[in-house]
Write a protein that binds this ligand. Structure first.
Ligand code: 5AD
Ligand code: SF4
Length: 461
């Protein structure tokens, strides 16, 4: 039986995982809109239910699989699709474990989505897009962006780095970069629409290689995006230490639109563990990159990812991670307990460290980071910083947003500087008055740039 006509071309889309997935979902939404689908917030009201999924750690994958298994709105011709990393990683086996699934499509096949949707619409019950053998990127002209003030641009997809613990090379396919011209064209379009903040995305964003004759380096591309009329902030994530060349630091130093924040996952502070992880750098090599960043004229802050409890990690290895974290003094850290992933090489490694010990290490590391963050954030009290305002919490009478260095900043307006203006999308100067480990609190000093008139907003009622 087909879904009733009123819901046939409606969809519900839920996104799990990283910023790449969040942005992929914006492109999927654009693709669906181009085919006449409209989005609904309630899966029960949707003709097509989609999950864009993450499989980086077992917990993330189990969460998705449980949701899929218990999905209870499937009958009545409703179609159900799994997109992204779990789709690619589990493939057609998903049809066996969850027979109500109709579409299984990995991110390397999103270019095929219009065709796959057509097949679903024509009544096919099991449709797949699972090829990883691609040199294409998913350029989608009708991206439906979630925010009018901040936009993602994918510049490189996939990953060739082959770290021994990671599923990404299997779920997202080989590295493939977009031409610099196509990235610039998208940046200009975004800025002309009034969006001032752009984040360049890639699993290893600084491994970018311009496939066109222009042959731009990543640093050149970064700099040029920062010079587009109307662009006030450019971020980029995630960087790989091996490809973090000095010209990137020079670009940040020479162009104030480039944010003074770099996310540079180290994963471990022990060269022995880094070798087992196949990260292609030693502790000292990583620290030399950090030194080059710290030697910049601007105060560039750093954030990182760390895995504790990699197979065979000793207490001594772990202590090296702690000492590296203390030495670098990261502004932010994402830390995880090692999760064995099917198909990766580290699954085969002997792992005598008990789970409880891994949990203890994670706690110790997070406690250290909390202390470092609190100290760092408190040093901001009394200084001014600029925030891009993202929203408002009425209950606290506070606005909130991120600084260029990616700190969360909540602020009030005790002097009534903003009057009745809606500050969302404005860049504001704020005096910091208090700080916790995860955020700053402040008071509005001035509005530096109002939200673009192109967005046609403004005045709180
Ligand atoms: N187990 C735990 N953490 C992992 N990450 C990637 N693979 C694994 C794994 N198997 C972490 C890394 C990476 C971040 C996105 O997720 O720290 O940088
Ligand atoms: Fe995974 Fe390593 Fe590639 Fe990052 S660089 S996505 S950790 S394989």
């Amino acid at each position: 039986m087909a879904a009733s006509d009123s819901i046939a071309k409606t969809y519900y889309l839920e996104t799990f995982g990283c910023q790449m997935n969040v942005h992929d979902s914006e492109k999927v939404r654009g693709t669906l809109a181009a085919r006449g689908y409209s989005q609904v917030e309630d899966p029960e009201a949707a003709g097509l239910v989609l999950y864009n999924t993450c499989s980086i750690r077992d917990k993330a994958e189990q969460k998705v699989l449980q949701r899929v298994a218990t999905f209870k709105y499937q009958p009545n011709g409703r179609k159900f699709g799994i997109l992204g990393c779990v789709a690619q990683h589990n493939g057609e086996a998903l049809f066996e474990s969850a027979p109500h699934v109709n579409l299984v499509c990995g991110s390397a096949s999103y270019n095929q989505l219009p065709h796959l949707l057509e097949r679903l619409e024509n009544g096919e019950n099991r449709v797949t897009g699972l090829s990883l053998d691609t040199d294409e990127t998913f350029d989608q002209p009708q991206v439906e962006r979630s925010s009018p003030h901040s936009a993602y641009i994918t510049i490189i997809e996939g990953c060739d780095k082959n770290c021994s613990y990671c599923v990404v090379p299997f779920t997202r396919g080989p590295e493939r970069s977009r031409s610099s011209e196509s990235v610039m064209e998208e940046a200009r379009r975004i800025a002309a629409n009034g969006t001032g903040e752009i984040t360049l995305l890639g699993q290893t964003v600084n491994s970018y290689r311009d496939p066109s004759g222009a042959g731009w380096s990543f640093a050149r591309l970064l700099d040029e995006v920062g010079r587009v009329d109307g662009v006030r902030r450019v971020r980029f994530t995630t960087s790989h230490p091996r490809d973090f060349t000095p010209d990137i630091v020079e670009a940040i130093d020479g162009n104030p639109a480039l944010c003074d924040w770099v996310h540079l996952p180290v994963q471990s502070g022990s060269s022995r563990v880094l070798a087992g992880m196949r990260r292609t750098y030693t502790r000292d090599e990583y620290l030399r990159v950090i030194e080059a960043i710290k030697a910049a004229k601007r105060d560039i802050v750093l954030s990182t990812d760390i895995i504790v409890g990699f197979p065979g990690e000793t207490q001594r290895d772990f202590e090296e991670t702690l000492s590296l974290v203390e030495q670098v003094d990261y502004a932010q850290m994402f830390s995880f307990k090692y999760s064995p992933r099917r198909g990766t090489d580290s699954v085969e490694m002997a792992d005598p460290v008990p789970e409880a010990e891994k949990s203890r290490r994670l706690q110790v590391l997070q406690e250290l980071q909390r202390r470092l963050q609190l100290r760092r954030n408190q040093s901001w009290i009394g200084r001014d910083d600029e925030v891009l305002v993202e929203g408002r919490r009425e209950k606290f009478d506070q606005w909130h947003g991120h600084t260029a260095q990616n700190r969360v900043l909540n602020f009030s307006d005790p002097l009534g500087v903003a009057g009745a203006s809606d500050l969302r999308g404005a860049y504001c100067k704020v005096r910091i008055t208090a700080a916790g480990p995860n955020s700053l609190i402040g008071e509005l000093v001035s509005i530096e740039r109002k939200p673009s008139a192109a967005l046609g907003l403004r005045v709180l009622q």
